[in-house]
Design a binder for this molecule. Structure first.
Ligand SMILES: *Cc1c(COP(=O)(O)O)cnc(C)c1O
Length: 629
């Protein structure tokens, strides 16, 4: 059902990054498309939020969409299948989802359920993740790949799980780990299923550059690898070594890095095969990136390739290398996490209030005004398009002089307040002029930096940790009113009292901008913003800064009739829960508060009738949401 996008929707580049998932309706609402049913009309996101609100589920809210997740799994597997057919590749693809990318049961369970038809498995990087993996019923041929540092307990569980029919591969990270595995395997008398992690020397570009190459913390160099092969041969376990693993780092921006790495991995693989190692699986790790910005460029938050291209490059490269070395085609494994889960969820929050750096009117001049105040007010009289820059320079000069005079005691507070308002009013006029004359200039860049601050009901540290820690960009858009031009520009500030809790880089259609075009806040209804593609890495890296806890989380399924089913709701943390994470016992807190109330009554400072109200208020807070309600 093709429909024309409202004009202002194009500002945000939704058609670039939202491809097949996010769009805009004529009424200005941002809407979700159902990738599983592309012919069904898009679903208004504000309408979904309103429905959830009526069910008692408030923002901030993490919204997961079932078909968004399933589509990614299908796309990855279908793309490999297609490439395998195209290049006459003679082995299947068996992907695994790395649990660390999103450990939430709702996500992992759905990946396993939907992935069973593709023999999709799981990757575990730690003991707890292995424990999660072993609680899932995988298909007979699906893999569990165990990476990361392992102790004897980890190894024992992995080996014993083979008895239940799991294909649990222990990937050896070092010669020392090989010793642990040999000891446990001999003690149990069970042949393990083994892999080796090789350290590729190719370096990738992008944010995870340092996790590739010589200095990567993981994997074995050629010398260590040969020692492990010899050692396994020596103890009669070489026949267990089936998988070769390598991992480039996440979000690889350039597909040619993928090709180069696959080529190098194949050299190790064919050489080991010639050494007599009975390898059957080639695992190329993660790295398949997400085009967060929609730029289709090899930059940190984008990629210059599609999933199809990634898969066909791998299949083509491996087929070529194996044929050249006369080696059988290995079963292909990737550990794509980000690409499977990132697009499947979005964070939605309401804007609580705004701090504006301009004013709609200016106070009139007074006879006792300092002459700089008069000068400042006079700027408006010569403000016209060709003198905007000059006017702005003058306005800043007079304001800065007045501030200096105020600090030295020559201008009083009331006069300073008038000057501030005159200045802000000038900015309002200047912003209007610059917007209507030339779209891009040094001045317009400067003006973006004096954007409004929109205070939003979320915690950056809890919900978008990578935005804070590694400058991750996510598409962010107002979810309504996109049929009217945004009249303001804002940076976003969260409700923690940390000055780092802000977002000031935004993906727009043609640029990464320091402020987001937004609308003046409506008075009669909430103004929602959505942060898209937050399904990878954000959910458990988040912390409890200022004790803002987990947000409400819902999983929905889009229905063909235009409605949706609420599949699952996870209520966000209450204050009591968050307090218990930091070693408070909520019951003790209530008791301590009650004691103070009773002491105040005894001392005659409080009426007995007030006791109920006070304790009730404390108890209600304790049981409430950590965010604004
Ligand atoms: C983190 C990690 C992955 C996941 O990488 P993505 O880029 O998210 O696909 C895969 N394998 C290993 C070993 C990892 O550490």
């Amino acid at each position: 059902m093709p429909h024309k996008l409202p004009l202002s929707a194009s500002i945000y580049g939704i058609d670039r990054w939202g491809k097949g998932l996010v769009t805009t309706l004529q009424n200005g609402d941002v809407a979700l498309c159902d990738p599983a049913n592309p012919h069904v009309a898009p679903f208004s996101l504000p309408a979904i939020l309103q429905d959830l609100q009526q069910r008692g589920i408030a923002s901030p809210l993490l919204l997961r969409v079932k078909s968004f997740l399933e589509t990614q799994i299908a796309q990855l597997n279908n793309a490999f299948d297609k490439a395998i057919a195209q290049y006459n590749y003679r082995a299947p693809y068996r992907g695994v989802f790395p649990i660390k990318v999103n450990q939430q049961a709702q996500v992992v369970d759905r990946i396993v359920d939907f992935g069973r038809q593709y023999d999709f498995g799981l990757e575990a990087g730690s003991k707890p993740e292995l424990v999660i993996a072993l609680a899932h019923k995988l298909s007979k041929d699906a893999l569990i790949v165990c990476n990361g540092v392992k102790d004897a307990e980890f190894v024992r569980l992995a080996i014993l799980s083979l008895r239940l029919g799991f294909n649990t591969v222990i990937v050896l990270e070092s010669p020392k780990e090989a010793e642990i595995v040999i000891e446990v395997a001999q003690e149990l008398g069970i042949d393990p299923l083994l892999g080796v992690r090789v350290k590729l020397t190719n370096q990738i570009s992008g944010k995870w550059q340092s996790s590739s190459g010589d200095r990567s913390a993981f994997g074995m160099n050629t010398d260590q690898l040969m020692r492990v092969v010899d050692r396994l041969r020596g103890v009669g376990l070489l026949h267990c070594l089936k998988l070769q693993h390598s991992h480039l780092g996440s979000q690889v921006p350039d597909v040619n890095d993928v090709r180069r790495a696959a080529t190098e991995a194949c050299r190790y693989y064919t050489e080991m095969t010639h050494e007599g190692v009975p390898l059957t699986h080639l695992d190329l790790g993660g790295g398949l990136g997400v085009d967060y910005t929609g730029e289709q460029r090899a930059t940190e938050n984008s990629v210059n390739y599609t999933v199809e291209e990634y898969c066909s490059n791998i299949v083509e490269t491996v087929a070529y290398a194996m044929d050249a070395a006369n080696a059988p085609h290995p079963i292909l494994v990737t550990e794509s996490g980000r690409a499977v889960s990132a697009t499947s969820s979005m964070l939605v929050f309401d804007v609580l209030e705004s701090t504006l750096f301009d004013a709609p009117d200016a106070p009139s001049a007074q006879s006792d005004d300092h002459h700089f105040v008069t000068d400042l007010a006079a700027v408006l009289s010569y403000l016209k398009p060709e003198r905007v820059q000059e006017c702005w320079n003058d306005a800043r000069f007079y304001r800065d002089e007045l501030r200096a005079l105020f600090r030295r005691g020559h201008v009083d507070l009331r006069q300073m307040a008038r000057a501030e308002r005159i200045y802000l009013n000038l900015m309002t006029h200047i912003k209007d002029l610059v917007r209507t004359t030339e779209p891009e200039s040094d001045l317009s860049d400067e003006l973006k930096k004096i954007a409004d601050v929109y205070h939003c009901n979320f915690s950056l540290f809890q919900s978008l940790p990578d935005v804070w820690a590694i400058d991750q960009l996510h598409p962010i858009v107002p979810l309504q009113m996109l049929n009217t031009p945004p009249d303001r520009r804002a940076v976003l500030s969260d409700i923690t009292c940390d000055s780092d809790g802000k977002i000031d880089k935004f993906i727009l259609a043609n640029e990464i901008a320091p402020s987001l075009p937004v609308h003046s806040l409506p008075e009669d209804r909430p103004y929602y913003l959505g942060v898209f593609f937050v399904g990878a890495y954000q959910e458990t890296l988040g912390d409890l800064h200022n004790l803002f806890g987990d947000t409400n989380v819902v999983t929905i399924d889009l229905r063909a009739d235009g409605g949706f089913d609420l599949l699952h709701e996870q209520e966000g943390d209450t204050i009591a829960e968050v307090l218990s994470y930091v070693e408070y016992d909520p019951a003790d807190c209530i008791a301590a508060f009650r004691k103070m109330v009773d002491e105040a009554i005894s001392a005659g400072k409080l009426a007995t009738s007030e006791r109920k109200t006070l304790i009730g208020a404390y108890r209600d807070s304790m049981n409430g949401y950590t965010y604004f309600e």
